[in-house]
Design a protein around this ligand. Sequence first.
Ligand SMILES: C[S@@+](CC[C@H](N)C(=O)[O-])C[C@H]1O[C@@H](n2cnc3c(N)ncnc32)[C@H](O)[C@@H]1O
Length: 259
Amino acid sequence: MKLDEVQQAAEEQFARQSHRYGQGHILENVEDVRVAIEPLKLPPGSRVLDVATGAGHTGLFLASLGHNATLADLAQPMLERAKEAATKRGLNVLTRQHPAEQFPYEDGSFDLVTCRVAAHHFSSPESFIRETARVLPTGGYFLLIDGSVEDDQSEAEEWLHQVEKFRDPSHQRFLTPRDWSRLCEASGLKVLQAPLAPFKQPDLNWYFDTAATSPENRKQVLELVAHAPQSARDLFRLGEEAGKIVWWWQRLSLVAVKR
Ligand SMILES: C[S@@+](CC[C@H](N)C(=O)[O-])C[C@H]1O[C@@H](n2cnc3c(N)ncnc32)[C@H](O)[C@@H]1O
């Protein structure tokens, strides 16, 4: 598997931090996935690919609904965490190690492709969407959940980008709903919905620890927090609760269908 520089950085970061993403992580709550896929009425036994599965919260939830789930990630230790969790829960899943930008599957192999809280690390969102569209048959679904920033908020978006980059240098960029929708439409995916919902970052120190942020970079983030522009303060509801620095991401939940 030949990785580009961005993929390599993500692989190293998440291989090192895989123990942080299992039980107790805020991603364990998959209510966002449940709500997004419920209207799709996928019959049990549907073929599902969960891209950048991490510790497997999304893919394992889909397997628990009786779907035939393939869990893919760049980082082998993450796939091991997902396998362990599957065994614990008595779920049968397939794990595959590959990047989100190039899939080792035939055209039309899956009824649903999901990707949750990972796409902001990808070196090429364009290739990821193109590959997603390729492995879906006509009528197949795509669910993308990721941090985002509403359209036309460039100052707040740039602030959050810098915060995320210092916190975890393998971060690439949060795309707006309009950016993602354009990429989908260009690859033959019709966007059915792309709402943003607030999602809490509950404690900046916890967030640093999750990524093993260096002391120097923590200082940089604290500076950015101290001097955040009003647009970012308002949009992300940046504040303090019981001595903890908190904010609310804008989380995109995009559902599309292959034309
Ligand atoms: C926050 S975790 C994903 C969480 C998971 N989807 C969930 O719902 O709990 C991010 C994952 O993205 C993976 N990743 C980052 N860049 C990737 C890429 N280019 N291709 C595949 N996986 C990637 C990382 O290895 C990591 O496991």
